[in-house]
Design a protein around this ligand. Sequence first.
Ligand code: WTA
Length: 681
Amino acid sequence: MGGSRIERFTCTYSSRFLAVREIDEDLMSTNSIDSLLHESRRFPPTAEFSAGAIAKPEIYDEAKADRVGFWADQARDLLHWHKPFTETLDWSGAPVARWFGDGELNVAYNCLDRHVESGNGDRVAIHWEGEPGDTRSLTYAELTAEVKRAANVLAGLGIGKGDRVAIYMPVIPEAVVAMLAVARLGAVHSVVFGGFSSESLRSRIDDASAKLVITADGGWRKGKVFPLKAAVDGALAAEGSTVEHVLVVRRGENEVEWSEGRDLWWHDEMAKVAAEHVAEGFEAENPLFILYTSGTTGKPKGILHTSGGYLTQVAFTHKNVFDLHPERDVYWCTADVGWITGHSYVVYGPLANGATQVMYEGTPDTPHPGRWWELIEKYKVSIFYTAPTAIRSFMKLGREIPDGFDLSSIRVLGSVGEPINPEAWIWYRDVIGAGTAPIVDTWWQTETGGIMISALPGITTLKPGSAQVPMPGIKIDILGEDGTRVDPPQGGLLVVSEPWPSMLRGIWGDPERFRETYWSRFSAGDTWKYFAGDGAHVDSDGDIVLLGRVDDVMNVSGHRLSTQEIESALVSHPMVAEAAVVGAADEATGQAVVAFVILRSDQEGAQTVDEASTILRAHVAQQIGAIARPRQVFIVAELPKTRSGKIMRRLLQDVAEGRELGDTTTLTDTSVMQIITDKLN
Ligand code: WTA
């Protein structure tokens, strides 16, 4: 199997990534697309698929003829409005958009009650599978009933419109119930990924001044219970927290400490409240959630999304990109609810569309490496959405594992989080999709809220390695440094040129950073262009190939991490004088975190470099979360700097990528510096 080919491709992307970052001449005249992709096969849709597909080719023309009107049609067709809107887009307050501004809706009602009222209450909403093998299936009627009770619990705890609620949970049905109960009350959730540390949770709770935290005692991962409540206790230990209560779902059955008066068991509270709860309409621009994501500076940004536009776009894209036929499809998106993919394509998109979906708590390889394929066989999953990093790790294990299961129910495959290399694309189609399933490579971001670039499976001729075309109603441009559009086959920077319904409405508490980060680079006068932070290339067919981030954001297993955030975590350790972090190409995870650290002079010799490296890797995991743990920490005597004192990350990246080193290997200062010096010459 093509391990070395994958690696070569990853490196190609990586060097492109560097080229884009520095916007050098080389990138601006990228060679032909085929040499970049090493794959020239094309896959048109079958006549049968096209005939039954939700999206018809006219959709592009309709959207082009009247872009704003197109979105108004989607909002009316896909959602229930408590009060219909008359105004579609108000861009007068740019870069903060108002979509459907005078309309009112209830997001949870749209995801729940209306499906029950229209006779689909018995349809399964969620087939949930716990890692140890316990299962629960919830129909739309059952899920609606749970959310109504939960909304009553929350209201009883004083949660109402605009209040912030932090959710720190494993992938269990109660996580979805909690999110929808918050939404039902017009309050704002901030879901914090359960793998984040107590420190990370604390900073997110504080930044949003959350009043309530909803968590679980623990969750299952890799055959063990990981504690969550303990991390919440840690996050709330400091004086002055805004949190009044902690609601705890029993899941792990692990021991927990209890703070009387503050802590409440979810099941106790759910049993006490009324079953009925009437959903009230809230204005379309009422905030729905804040989700923190890494940016170029140390502090994560609280990305703010609102209700009507967000729900319109996630419902529209979920239905059309995955060709969802809710009456017969079984959909499975493997994302954790703690990430944007979990928000938009586990919770809001699928439930707004009345889909039946699978939700799985644990890791793909527990208790055996065929667990995911076993679940596809068991629930007859027909639409499957995952990340390239997962596909690559399954490729490595060999096709015998998926071949041991019946995957014939699959008819659409999706990919998200990072560029999917053509080798992985072909493997995904051949092995998981029986050589026939269309693959949609979906490009989007926490900030965009919903899918922005993707093929539509009954329409687009698929091209491995390319996310392909903007969604109908979305305007994307690729610009050069000077802001002018670059012509194929040149590469440049990806911008969104017109406002879109699910666009972020700001960074929580920091309007200046919002303007500066996304809108300052290419906007001029009344023309606002959203700068995504990704490099991209358009080929002569007009298809878009994503080239990776152009800033100091890394993409590790499809998760965004900031180099500066990890550097701050490293220098917070008393041993460390200075640190530099780079994202190095990694065959399995896309990029991996590699750190270069100078120890304080009084620390030198206190540990071996191996010990120091181990301590610091653990420290980062404890400060931020295990996903940020560096693959390697190199202890060095110096860092390469420019005359003005800027660290030359590009050289460090060359070092990090240029050698095949094992997990615990460290370099001595002289050898690192020697390599760096060699590169300089
Ligand atoms: C990257 C995840 C190439 C990109 C939904 C973007 C992709 C960042 C793709 C957002 C794709 C996501 N092809 N790159 N199909 N999907 N990315 O906010 O660099 O976690 O800017 O949202 O992931 O990551 P985020």
